[in-house]
Design a protein around this ligand. Structure first.
Ligand SMILES: Nc1nc2c(ncn2[C@@H]2O[C@H](COP(=O)(O)OP(=O)(O)OP(=O)(O)O)[C@@H](O)[C@H]2O)c(=O)[nH]1
Ligand SMILES: [Zn+2]
Length: 207
C-alpha cells in the first residue's frame, strides 16, 4: 500500500511501513541501558516488549491509510454545516516523543450532491493521523486535506486545541499552556460569513 507523505519539497508516495517489534524491543532495552537502568531487574524484564507494543499502537496511523476511513460515504440532501466538536485527541510530539493531547473540532459543508460521511469516521480520521509522530500544525492540515480529497465538500474547518507535555513536564515547564491550530479549506476559508458561523459554533459550544 502506498501512502502520501509531505516534506518541504511537496507530496511524495512511500510504501507504508510495518512495525518491527523485535527492533523496537532491542531499542527500548538499549535506551534503558543508556539511562543507567538495569533492564534485567525484575520490574523491567517485560518492559521492552511492553513499550514496543505500546508504540505499535501509538503509531498505528503509520501502518494504515487514514484517508481510507472516508471510503464509505452516503448521499443525503444536506448542504449546510456538519460540525463535530470536542473529539478527544491524543498524539505524540515528533520532537520529543511525548504526548500532546486535547480536542479536535471538525466540520464540513457537503457538496451539492450532499455527499456525507458517518460522524464517527471524522473522529476515526483524527485518531489515525494523531497516531503518528506529529506536529500539531501538520495533524490539523492532514485531517482537513483528507476530507477535501475524499468528500469533495464545499468547505472544511478543523480546529485542534492541545496541551503539549514537552512544554509542561520538561523544558519551559508551562503546564496548562494550550495551543490552537486551524485549517480552513474551500468556502469555509473564502466566505467570511460561513467561517464566522463555524467559529461561533465552536467557540460557543457547551462543555
Ligand atoms: N510548531 C510546533 N512546535 C512544536 C510542536 N511540538 C513541540 N514543538 C516545539 O518544538 C521545538 C523543538 O525545539 P528544539 O530547540 O529543537 O528542542 P528543545 O531544546 O527540546 O526545545 P525546548 O522544548 O524549548 O526545551 C520546541 O520549541 C517545542 O515546543 C508542535 O506540534 N508544533
Ligand atoms: Zn515536543
Amino acid at each position: 500500500m502506498n501512502d502520501s507523505r509531505r516534506n518541504g519539497a511537496g507530496t511524495y508516495d512511500v510504501p507504508a511501513p510495518v512495525f518491527d517489534q523485535d527492533r523496537a524491543e532491542k531499542a527500548v532495552r538499549e535506551l534503558l541501558l543508556a539511562c543507567g537502568e538495569d533492564p534485567d531487574r525484575d520490574g523491567l524484564l517485560d518492559t521492552p516488549a511492553r513499550v514496543a507494543r505500546a508504540y505499535a499502537e501509538l503509531f498505528a496511523g503509520l501502518y494504515t491509510d487514514p484517508e481510507s476511513v472516508l471510503n464509505k460515504t452516503f448521499d443525503e440532501s444536506h448542504d449546510e454545516l456538519v460540525l463535530v466538536t470536542d473529539i478527544p485527541m491524543f498524539s505524540t510530539c515528533e520532537h520529543h516523543l511525548v504526548p500532546f493531547h486535547g480536542v479536535a473540532h471538525v466540520g464540513y459543508i457537503p457538496n451539492e450532491q450532499g455527499r456525507i460521511t458517518g460522524l464517527s469516521k471524522l473522529a476515526r480520521l483524527v485518531d489515525l493521523y494523531a497516531k503518528r509522530p506529529q506536529v500539531q500544525e501538520r495533524l490539523t492540515s492532514q485531517v482537513a486535506d483528507a476530507m477535501m480529497k475524499k468528500l469533495e465538500p464545499r468547505g472544511v474547518i478543523v480546529v485542534i486545541e492541545a496541551e503539549h507535555l514537552c512544554m509542561a513536564m520538561r523544558g519551559i515547564r508551562k503546564p496548562g499552556a494550550r495551543t490552537t491550530t486551524s485549517a480552513l479549506r474551500g468556502i469555509l476559508k473564502s466566505s467570511p460569513s460561513s467561517r464566522a458561523e463555524a467559529i461561533e459554533l465552536i467557540n460557543g459550544r457547551t462543555r
